[in-house]
Ligand binder design. Structure first.
Ligand code: F3S
Length: 111
């Protein structure tokens, strides 16, 4: 079972997870990354790499919504294999509650 990117990523999008992923399972949206559940090998190295603790295992309580979001959006967005430049105001959004409403369905550029 895969890991999933969760709400803390929205508008932070630090992308250290992309650097450490051994199977390139991340896909890029405008303000969020999503994990392809078919590519993720559940190694968990991205969990420790994310500075805002946005990545969780499928065993985390309440993760079901984010597993669905990651599966749906990763299928629609381009793969990202090299981290880009994080949003200039990303640190301002660290641990801000209620960011779910800002999640954009628009794709990022990928790489
Ligand atoms: Fe998001 Fe954390 Fe990766 S903020 S882009 S899951 S390093």
């Amino acid at each position: 079972m895969p890991h999933a990117v969760t709400e803390n990523c929205i508008r932070c999008k630090h992308m250290e997870c992309v650097t450490v992923c051994p199977v390139d399972c991340f896909h890029e949206g405008e303000n969020f990354l999503a994990i392809d559940p078919g590519a993720c090998i559940d190694c968990g190295v991205c969990v420790a790499a994310c500075p805002v603790e946005a990545i969780a295992s499928d065993l985390t309580p309440g993760i079901e919504e984010w597993l669905e979001i990651n599966a749906r959006l990763s299928a629609a967005w381009p793969k990202i294999t090299h981290p880009g430049i994080p949003p200039a105001d990303g640190d301002r959004w660290r641990n801000v509650p209620g960011k779910r409403r800002f999640l954009s369905d628009r794709p990022g550029r990928g790489s």
